[in-house]
Every structure is written in structure tokens, then in C-alpha cells.
Ligand binder design. Structure first.
Ligand SMILES: [Zn+2]
Length: 353
């Protein structure tokens, strides 16, 4: 167990130093990603003005108050807070750290203030929750707004667009509404002041009678939340450069952008002082024998996926399924010989004396 822990720690340290220490890596080390949920609008809105972007002199109202249901009369801020609370619960069950920009319907903070919550917490993602409204009552469907590369958002525009597309796809497949696509916006204060990835979901039209009723329906809200949660997981739980683990085992990513990783085609790989071999699906062999087709020698990969190696003239003896096997300094199993330390081993490598 201690060895395993050491191995885990090594992996984390390896990861940090391979890509440099970034906020993401700190999140990896602590094991928790931070999601900020920003429920749109508040009672009565907020009539103060604020700068639309740090690099512009345009001012905009802090909160126009949002829309409301054409048949239910339910205000947008009631729906957005309800969905946000449900999303928080679901994400926390999946081990995310969740921070809300507001928790009361009556709160109507400005958009800079909301963006600062994401910035100050180094959020991995800020998701802003909204509903649409239009004069045209036939308009339906969800869209995902993402920041244009202006203001602070220059650096997070492209990753936000990727996350936005992923989350929208999962939302549509969970709730089944019309897909209005991903839309880049340069005029949203809450985007332009964000230094961390941010998306804004318009979950449907409160100006459409059908969607208005659905948006206040408990089970439909659950579908929305399930879709948003799936999309967030798919966005944030991508693999990292270096070692990764999932339920199938350990694998080693060499280029996260292109999705490259080691497979059986790469042969033996020497990583951080140890030898590893990967199967055709890309998982490191673990607690198993391996016969190298290039030299017919047998090797053993231990529970940490590391090749068992002896030292020169000093075999490493390992108990595997109640028999002892000796390995040389190249990790090869001694067979049909007398080992340098004086044991006779048979053709299966089992010591006989
Ligand atoms: Zn809104």
C-alpha cells in the first residue's frame, strides 16, 4: 500500500513537472475540479451600470431582470436558481467543488461581480444558467453562448467554445429540445471579465407556451440538469499529459490535444526510471506475464505496472501464484539454467531447489 501510494505521488509529481504547475494541475493534485454555477438574474434586476469589458468604455445595466413565462408567469430567476441548485447537488455527488454566485432569488449581483467569483476561485468552468424570451412565441430550443476573444476572455475563448459545444450536445441528448447551436458573443459583460472558461446556457424559451411549462416542470428540470452535468464531466474529465487512470487501468498520454497515447506498437517504454509495456488498447500491463515477441523472453509486470528487474548477477526473486521466479537485470525470466545466485530453474522458470 505504501508502495502504491508512493507510485501515486510520483505520478502526480511527474504530471506537475511535465506540464508545469498550472491551476489545472493543482486541481488534479487535490483531486477536485471547481465549477462555479451562476444562476441568471434576481428579483427586480439591478439598475446600476458597469463596464461591458475591461478594454472598452461601453457601460451596460447590471441586470435587466430577465424574462418570464408566457403562460406560467414564472420569472426566469426562479427557474435558473432551481436548476442551479439541482446541478450543484449532482456535481457535488460527482466530487466537484461547486461554488454559487448567488443563492437567493432576491440577489441580483452585477455581471463583473459574478465573473469575479469564477476568477477568484480559479474555476475550471463557470456555467451561467439562463432561459430565453422572444416576441415570436413559436421559437423553441436551447443555445450555448460562449465568449468572443476580447477583454480578459482572450485566453479562454477557445476552450470555452469547446466546453460549450460538449455541454450543449449532452443537454440536447438528455432533454431532447431543438438545438440552436453555439453562439460566440462579444457583448456580454459576464464573459468579457472572465479569466476562466465560461459558458452561458439558454435552456429554452419562456416565451413559448410549451417550453415555458416544461422549464418549471420538476422532471424536465432533472433532464436538463442531467444533460448539463454529463456535459461538464465530459468537458473537464479529459485526460492529462502523462499517466491517466480509469476503470480499465493505467495509460500514458503523450499528446492530450491530439489524443495520442502509448500502445503495444510502442514496445517497451522507459518512464521515470521504470519500464512499462502497453496493450493494444493502450493500457499498461499490470500484475501479468509478458512474452516479448522480439526475443521470446518472459517478463513480469507488477501491480504498479512496473517491469520486475534484478541487478547484475543478483536476480530479483518474486513470488507469483505461490512459485518463486528469478529475473535478471534486463527483466528477463531465468529459465532452464542455474541462476547467478545458485538456484536451478526449470523451463517454466520455477526454482527447483
Ligand atoms: Zn437571462
Amino acid at each position: 500500500m505504501k508502495r502504491l501510494l508512493t507510485f501515486f505521488m510520483t505520478l502526480i509529481v511527474l504530471n506537475i513537472f511535465t506540464i508545469g504547475i498550472s491551476n489545472n494541475q493543482i486541481a488534479l493534485a487535490s483531486g477536485k475540479k471547481v465549477v462555479v454555477i451562476d444562476p441568471g438574474h434576481g428579483t427586480g434586476g439591478n439598475r446600476e451600470y458597469e463596464l461591458q469589458s475591461p478594454d472598452s468604455s461601453i457601460t451596460k445595466i447590471k441586470d435587466g431582470g430577465g424574462t418570464q413565462g408566457v403562460v406560467t408567469g414564472v420569472p426566469e430567476y426562479v427557474v435558473t436558481l432551481k436548476v442551479a441548485e439541482k446541478l450543484k447537488t449532482l456535481l457535488e455527488q460527482k466530487n466537484y467543488t461547486v461554488i454559487m454566485t448567488k443563492t437567493q432569488e432576491s440577489e441580483a449581483p452585477g455581471n463583473i461581480e459574478r465573473a469575479e467569483v469564477g476568477n477568484n476561485n480559479n474555476a475550471d468552468l463557470v456555467i451561467r444558467i439562463h432561459c430565453d424570451g422572444m416576441d415570436n412565441q413559436s421559437m423553441t430550443g436551447a443555445s450555448m453562448l460562449v465568449p468572443a476573444p476580447i477583454g480578459y476572455a482572450k485566453d479562454i475563448s477557445s476552450i470555452s467554445a469547446q466546453y460549450g459545444q460538449t455541454i450543449l450536445n449532452d443537454l440536447i441528448s438528455s432533454a431532447g429540445m431543438n438545438n440552436r447551436g453555439v453562439v460566440q458573443r462579444s457583448d456580454l459583460t459576464g464573459f468579457n471579465w472572465s479569466k476562466v472558461p465560461v459558458v452561458l446556457v439558454e435552456m429554452g424559451f419562456m416565451s413559448n407556451p410549451g417550453e415555458d411549462r416544461l422549464l418549471s416542470d420538476d422532471s424536465y428540470q432533472n433532464k436538463l440538469v442531467q444533460g448539463l452535468c454529463n456535459g461538464i464531466v465530459h468537458s473537464l474529465n479529459k485526460y492529462e499529459l502523462g499517466w491517466n487512470q480509469n476503470s480499465e487501468g493505467w495509460w500514458y498520454c503523450t499528446d492530450p490535444d491530439k489524443g495520442y497515447y502509448y500502445t503495444a506498437n510502442n514496445g517497451w517504454k522507459y518512464i521515470d526510471g521504470q519500464w512499462y509495456i502497453f496493450n493494444s488498447a493502450g493500457y499498461a500491463l499490470q500484475s501479468t506475464w509478458y512474452t516479448d515477441p522480439s526475443n521470446s523472453h518472459k517478463y513480469y509486470l507488477d501491480s504498479n505496472c512496473m517491469r520486475v528487474n534484478g541487478e547484475k548477477d543478483k536476480p530479483k526473486w518474486v513470488n507469483i501464484n505461490d512459485s518463486y521466479y528469478g529475473f535478471n537485470e534486463e527483466g528477463q525470466l531465468y529459465v532452464n539454467c542455474k541462476t547467478p545466485d545458485g538456484y536451478n530453474v526449470n523451463e517454466n522458470g520455477v526454482a527447483s531447489n
